[in-house]
Design a protein around this ligand. Structure first.
Ligand SMILES: [Zn+2]
Length: 412
């Protein structure tokens, strides 16, 4: 019975939920480079304080930011609703968004316009929509005079779109997360509860040759041609990743194999000209790491493959740099957290809940692997994340807010 009151409150406040999301979409927290972080962090802290939570904005120390090669400041928000004697559940959401390009509906990707039941805008689905739903769940409990069944700790963090080191990673490593369980508000949606995600390894391969006039190419070492050869050999090696033994079955029963994307970014050097033998060439590799693999082994294997592919290229120097490592993450579905969350999902969505693991990566691994917490992923189901006309359904926002509220009321 009491659950219905909270649901009814959320239904009545649909317009407020939409407004919160519009406010957030209109602050273009684009990363890279990390624009307007302070502005949104302050708004989030004020919104939480308005709900009676203890809210603090943490600035990442400047020297840490500088060492990470970044120039704009980084902020994370922590907010708490303590409940004495109860366990604490941490809800995490990132507030940064990827850059927007292309032809958007209405022209402006940061307008947050609503059209036929959809709210459009960069970050509407990934993942400011989940933040709006979470804030509404907290508001609904507060305004109907209820206390959550567990202590609630929320973090709104920076930089997930570039790996999350100074966002969720920083909070976990600084010991600022003081919780027993973690819910990362993305990574699954609808009637699915996320138990994990793929990892990712980014490498950059640099080939250094020797420049010469194009009229006497024999006096140079062509870095581009060497790169082409190397990439060709890598394509052959890539077949190994399809071997049956590499297969991983996700919690939904679907088979998954490791993937390799070559040349997402590639280029030459500063002295490039049509009539110059290119002295420099580079390309990137994105290797998705399955939950049944480990990062050190994957990296070692890939670097060995690159060495073999480069071995016949005597005249150029090949260097491999690691740009990003994110571990895969997978928790068991029979733990108390996934089961409790699944019950809340089932209650609101009126369908049996199932478990899944996203192919992308989220910040969940920081909480699970480094924070040692049982964790799951769940948030709004948006469309066209990272693409043109990213959007989220207004009903979907409401339903997700109800799931969070139901979970908070029921407890673990
Ligand atoms: Zn995201």
């Amino acid at each position: 019975m009491k659950t219905r009151e909270v649901s009814a409150y959320i239904e009545r406040r649909e317009a407020g939920l939409v407004r919160d999301l519009q406010v957030m979409v209109r602050v273009p927290t684009v990363n890279p480079p990390g624009n307007d972080y302070r502005k949104l962090a302050d708004w989030l802290a004020a919104r939480c304080a308005g709900l009676g939570l203890e809210a603090v904005v943490h600035q990442v120390p400047e020297d840490v930011v500088r060492r990470a090669g970044l120039s704009l400041p980084r902020f994370n928000v922590l907010a708490r609703w303590p409940v004495s004697g109860a366990p604490v559940v941490h809800f995490n959401a990132h507030y940064d968004v990827v850059p927007a390009a292309g032809q958007w509906r209405g022209g402006d990707p940061f307008a947050g316009e609503v059209h036929k039941g959809w709210l459009y805008g960069r970050g509407s689905g990934d993942m400011k929509g989940s933040i709006a739903a979470l804030l509404m769940a907290l508001e609904a409990l507060r305004r109907t005079g209820r206390q959550p069944a567990f202590g609630v700790e929320c973090s709104f963090t920076a930089d997930e779109e570039t790996g999350g080191e100074l966002g969720a990673g920083h909070l976990v490593r600084q010991g600022l997360v003081k919780a027993d369980y973690a819910v990362v508000c993305e990574g699954a949606s609808g009637n699915r509860v996320g138990l994990g995600h793929n990892g990712v390894l980014w490498l950059e391969v640099e080939i250094e040759g020797k420049a010469a006039h194009a009229s006497s190419p024999e006096q140079g070492h062509n870095a581009f041609e060497a790169m082409a050869e190397l990439v060709w050999r890598l394509q052959e090696w890539k077949q190994h990743l399809q071997a049956p033994a590499r297969r991983w079955r996700d919690p939904n029963g679907q088979d998954r194999w490791p993937t390799l994307n070559v040349g997402g970014v590639f280029g030459g050097g500063p002295g490039d000209k049509v009539n110059t033998v290119p002295a420099r060439a580079s390309f990137t590799i994105d290797r998705r790491v399955l939950p049944n693999e480990t990062m050190p082994k994957v990296e070692e294997e890939l670097r060995a493959a690159l060495s073999r592919a480069a071995a016949p290229l005597h005249q150029v120097k090949v260097q491999v740099h690691t740009r990003l490592r994110i571990d895969p993450c997978m928790v068991a579905g029979n733990g108390v957290l996934p089961r409790a969350f699944a019950r809340a999902v089932q209650q609101v969505r009126r369908r049996a809940a199932t478990y899944s693991a996203t192919r992308g990566f989220t910040d969940l691994h920081y909480f699970v692997a480094e924070g040692g917490l049982p964790g799951i992923g769940y948030g709004v189901r948006g469309e066209h994340a990272h693409g043109v006309d990213e959007r989220v359904g207004v009903r979907e926002l409401v339903q997700t807010a109800k799931v969070y509220a139901e979970f908070m009321e029921r407890g673990i």
